[in-house]
Design a protein around this ligand. Sequence first.
Ligand code: C2E
Ligand code: CA
Ligand code: CA
Ligand code: CA
Length: 279
Amino acid sequence: AKNRGRNRLVKFSEEMNKEARMQLWLEIELQKALQQNGLEVWYQPKVNAKDYAIDGAEALVRWKHPVEGYISPAQFIPVAERSGMIEQLGQVVMREVFTTVRKWKQQGLLSGRVAINLSPQQFGNPNLISFVEKLKKATGINPNDITFELTESAVMSDGEHTIQMLNAIKKQGFALSIDDFGTGYSSLSYLARFPLDELKIDRAFIKDIETIPKQVTLIENIINLGKALSMSIVAEGVETRQQATLLSNLNCDYIQGFHFYKPLPKNELDAILLKHSRH
Ligand code: C2E
Ligand code: CA
Ligand code: CA
Ligand code: CA
């Protein structure tokens, strides 16, 4: 028995080693990618729940490693957050999105706003405000065309700081969205206190919408709550026609998910927008 315990321990530390080596590898490779312009921004269109026409998009960072191929943000965003690289990564994403959206708007190709994700670490850094201000001037973006998405954990960490940051971003004219709504297990009081324009219902609520009747009641009431607080409502992770129909009937405003569009490279969305604008 003693031996088996020992073996388990050896195995466990080997696993730990593997994990630690993986993290270190990711950190080094991500650093290189940042230096060599190796990150891309893809765009997942959202549709209007009334007519299913494209109405805005979410910007999602993509990293194509020269040898390993695409690595998931779920893997490298946490690494970027822990290592401090998230600030630089975020700046790369914002610059790319402001520039691209400015162009799409000038060409009259895109209606709606484009959303940019902000990690708690990015949001906690006061430099964000001056960076965004400068980038706004440099790119000529209309801030009304951009939404920043924040998670509950980002807004809940420090009340005073949060309100100041949110107000500063709002004052510049950008919109604010609460992402992954309902997954942070936090109190709802922030909904009343913070200047939020949009609420994104997490995929976890949408997934079982067809099989669990109470789930529909829950979503219906989230939508009503958000609307009563003057927020627009996005449902994310919509994968079936039934889910989309149900959400439209519940007066959800926007729908995002694989049923309509997957995240697309900029050129592919460009082509789709151009095609749609011709008829
Ligand atoms: P998120 O903000 O909740 O983004 C939505 C995720 O759901 C995306 O994964 C998207 O590809 C995926 N998704 C969209 N529709 C569907 C669907 O119908 N079904 C399913 N199963 N999934 C769907 P992705 O691109 O892998 O991003 C994962 C997370 O990484 C994001 O979650 C966000 O938290 C983070 N992230 C991505 N890009 C950025 C970025 O530029 N900055 C920061 N700070 N975080 C980012
Ligand atoms: Ca998001
Ligand atoms: Ca989300
Ligand atoms: Ca998320």
